[in-house]
Ligand binder design. Structure first.
Ligand code: PLP
Length: 286
């Protein structure tokens, strides 16, 4: 079966989907997106993803082309029409098609695109071993809270780790941790879980929120505050989180072991709790 995508009101095989070259998503990267993990055909934290979509759209001044109920229905349809129980649903809204001009054109309709791919979460061996990461200066713009399709900075930064055979690039700005090229970052020091606050320098991760929800419920000691470069370099544990990575331990940073170079005890606990949280969620959503 070929992949079925949604484009501007219709479902079709991906090979048949076409957008005009003057789409502002193509010309300017003028649009926003979401990636929603789907387990056993059930979208995980869909309401939260749709709220973040609304936030991103508001920030770039595009009127939401759909109500939450319409988005829920479209997400359900794309999941149903594609193979596989566990999927990663991608949705994108751009400002639409117009003659090239930086200023917003009047009276155009946003382009809405959705697709689904198999959800590939980290293999058990990777969860056991942890991953290597490198670091870089965060030179992206100052609106990293917008889930913008303009991802050139993130792609260039991610490629640094790809070139080094590592899983992620962890980013520092003005001496503090921000996030990674496509994940949020947590640090453990002396039994305390540290992570930067959600501000304009990081994407407000849905997984970040789940991890904090679990941490609070299980009475982990948590500090949401600026985390310095020195604290990251001296951490007992480092985790990266995202909808597709879930929670993953970082075991080497710039070639040096993190802690004892193995996934730490707090990571093991959080990873197990996260898996349980997913199962509970799927039972509730059934
Ligand atoms: N930070 C960045 C820059 C990202 O691109 C992502 C996800 O793609 C995240 C954080 C994690 O967000 P989420 O947990 O919602 O997947």
């Amino acid at each position: 079966m070929s992949d079925i995508v949604y484009l501007n009101g219709g479902f079709m095989p991906v090979e048949e989907a076409r957008i005009p070259v003057l789409d502002r998503g193509f010309i300017f990267g003028d649009g926003v997106y979401e990636v929603i993990p789907v387990y056993s055909k059930r979208p995980f934290r869909l309401d939260e993803h749709l709220r973040r979509l609304q936030y991103s759209l508001d920030k770039i001044r595009i009127a939401n082309p759909h109500t939450a109920e319409e988005w829920q229905r479209l997400t359900g349809e794309i999941v149903k029409r594609n193979d596989g129980k566990d999927q990663s649903v991608y949705l994108q809204v751009t400002r639409g098609v117009a003659k090239r001009d930086h200023a917003f054109p009047k009276g155009i309709k946003p382009t809405v695109f959705m697709m689904s791919s198999p959800l590939v979460t980290p293999a058990p061996a990777l969860v056991e071993s942890g991953v290597a990461c490198v670091t870089a200066e965060d030179y992206r713009w100052l609106n990293c809270d917008i889930k913008s399709v303009s991802l050139l900075g993130n792609c260039l930064l991610r490629q640094l780790s790809a070139d080094a055979g590592a899983a992620e690039t962890i980013l520092f700005r003005d001496g503090n941790l921000t996030e990674a090229s496509s994940s949020n970052v947590f640090v453990v020091k002396d039994g305390r879980l540290l992570t930067p606050p959600k501000d304009n320098l990081v994407l407000p991760g849905i997984t970040y929120d789940v991890v904090l929800e679990i941490a609070h419920a299980r009475e982990f000691e948590v500090e949401i505050r600026a985390v310095t470069v020195a604290e990251v370099r001296d951490a007992d544990e480092i985790w990266v989180t995202s909808s597709t990575k879930e929670v993953l331990a970082v075991t080497t940073l710039d070639g040096k072991p993190v802690g004892d170079g193995k996934p730490g005890p707090l990571f093991r606990r959080m990873h197990a709790l996260y898996q349980q949280f997913k199962k509970d969620h799927m039972r509730i959503a059934a």
